[in-house]
Design a protein around this ligand. Structure first.
Ligand code: PDD
Length: 286
């Protein structure tokens, strides 16, 4: 079966999909994107992802071309046409196609592109062993709350991680961890408190972060929303990261230094299990 993608109103084979070179997404990174996970053929936390998509578009004044119901129908059709059971749906909206000029063009309609990718998530190899991260300087712009397609700083951060043979780069600004290249960063203090940076323009408001904090609260785990330093993270009892496609992933080493016992900790394991149960729509075991 050939891969089917969505471009501006049509489902087409990947080889036939075309975007003009004057698309402002290509020339200026003038666009935003979203990534929703698919588990057992079903979209996970999709309403929240679509709400963030709407917000990102609003912040850069691009009209949302679809209602949430329309987006959902398109996503579900794409999942079904590609027979996707586990992986992700990628959605991108750019300001559209116009002769190159920085300011917004008049009378332009947004470009919409969607595709699916298969990805092992529920039994990802790192979930059992935990993953390693390195820290890198955060080189990004000042509006990281917008899920912009301008990802060059993250590309460089994640390339540094790849070259170091680790799974993710935690970005650091003013001595504090902001977030991962494509994930939210968490630590667990030695007295069992979950710590993650508060929402602001400095980080993306992670949808998995939001779900995880709700689960932690329901489980009576203590949460503190505050910044933390790489040094505090290295001395923490546990660390983990969250994203639509990593779900909840234990972090067992930072800059080559073992976190806690150097194995996934009990809180990260428990939250991953709870998140998976919630994502699958089942009730957690008592
Ligand atoms: N990235 N922070 C950044 C910078 C991200 O790019 C992402 C997600 C997250 C986690 O957000 P969420 O829980 O909503 O996925 C945090 C996606 C998965 C990506 O770019 O592929």
């Amino acid at each position: 079966m050939s891969r089917i993608v969505y471009v501006n109103g049509s489902f087409v084979p990947y080889d036939e999909a075309r975007i003009p070179i004057m698309d402002r997404g290509f020339l200026f990174a003038d666009g935003i994107y979203e990534v929703s996970a698919v588990i057992e053929g079903r979209l996970v936390d999709n309403e929240a992802h679509l709400a963030r998509l709407e917000r990102s578009l609003g912040e850069i004044r691009i009209r949302n071309p679809h209602s949430a119901a329309e987006w959902t129908r398109l996503e579900e059709e794409l999942v079904s046409r590609n027979a996707l059971t586990e992986g992700l749906v990628y959605m991108q909206v750019t300001r559209g196609v116009a002769e190159r000029d920085f300011a917004f063009p008049a009378d332009v309609s947004p470009t919409v592109v969607m595709f699916t990718q298969e990805k092992r998530m529920t039994d990802a190899p790192g979930a059992e062993t935990g993953v390693a991260v390195i820290t890198v300087p955060d080189l990004r712009w000042a509006r990281r709350d917008i899920k912009s397609v301008a990802l060059l700083a993250q590309v460089l951060a994640k390339q540094a991680a790849a070259e170091a043979g680790v799974a993710e780069a935690w970005m650091v600004e003013d001595g504090q961890v902001t977030e991962g290249g494509s994930s939210t960063a968490f630590i667990v203090t030695r007295d069992g408190c979950i710590v993650t940076r508060p929402l602001s323009h400095a980080i993306l408001p992670g949808i998995t972060r939001q779900a995880l904090l709700r689960l932690a609260e329901e489980t009576q785990l203590r949460i503190e929303e505050r910044p933390f330093t790489p040094e505090e993270a290295k001395g923490a009892a546990e660390a983990f990261l969250t994203s639509a496609t990593s779900l909840v992933m234990p972090v067992v080493s930072i800059d080559g230094r073992a976190v806690g016992e150097g194995r996934p900790g009990p809180i990260a394991r428990r939250l991953r299990a709870l998140y998976l149960e919630a994502a699958r729509g089942t009730q957690p075991a008592a």
